[in-house]
Design a protein around this ligand. Sequence first.
Ligand code: PLP
Length: 361
Amino acid sequence: MENHSLLLTVGPLEMDEKILQKGAEKIPYFRTNEFSDINLSICEGIKKIVFTSEDSKVALLTSSGTGAMEAAVINTFNEKDHLLVIVGGGFGKRFVEICETHNIPYTSLKLENGQALSQDMLNKYRNKGYTGVLVNAHETSTCVYYDLQMIGQYCKEEGCIFVVDAISSFLADIYLMDDWNIDITIISSQKALALPPGISILVVNEKTAKKIFENKSKSIYFDLKKYFIDMKRGQTPFTPAVGIILQLKARVDQILDVGVEKIVNNTKEIAQDFRNKIKDFPFNIPSESLSNAATPLQTCGNSSAEDIVMHLVKKYKIFVNPNGSDLKHKLFRVGHIGNLTTEDNDRLIRAFKEMRKDGIL
Ligand SMILES: *Cc1c(COP(=O)(O)O)cnc(C)c1O
């Protein structure tokens, strides 16, 4: 029956069968017009999916999402900038680490685990001369979804560049890049795009691309100027993950075909279905603002989150996301993105029921 493993993680995810099969195709040589057309079509499609103008630029990077986070920051900003970094968990801290490593001045706006960012909190950081704001749309480590529209409005009023790591929120939640004054969008293949890890994507609006062209890059591999120039003819400066690009092309076509709104709504339904069904179990959901992408579950009493995660793998072949360091005994996360149905939720719920009988919950 349920012999296959089930990924209820935030990435890598359950993939669509057709897209999986694409991955078995022979890898073509890529400095060709045919491959250029594929790249160009992906870039056009991605712009439509994030709702930005055709004038925006897209860079396809061969790296995991962190590479794109670093590329976005080091190409756009330098020692003369002062950034405001929203830090609500591990991925916010990663932006801090990037600023530290590259000597870019920053101030952290720190939040408690699970705490949402309010207008009042943000207002304390007005008129301080920040030139950019870095945020993870959905702080995947604690499952907090930030009000991007509110932060975008702040950025517009303060005149700063708004960089959004949308990696785990893109396609799970509505995302309107231009309407929300977002200047740079960061995406990675293994989250809601439901592709293998290996490709990350930057979408940069025209105004910010200009700033990048004026800024001296401190990286060879991540010099975005080269990516923008080469993409004019549909190419990348270095060898891309060619196989994943082919899968990305198929996936972008599929998304445009189905429609972004429908995909977001489907994810929302799966998330709500899970949140309804989990109500009877001894868990808290410790987040003031949830994305559709995942649900954080905090254990009550003596049951250990770490044991639950391990037991789900060992006995049921169900993978959920464990948490690290100080949260590892208390918290784990269940993903709702990827090729899932509510029956997949039922499989997890059945496992929880048995575990409750067995005294593990
Ligand atoms: C997954 C994720 C990343 C990227 O992590 P990689 O392992 O480098 O792909 C970045 N930000 C957020 C919010 C994420 O969920």
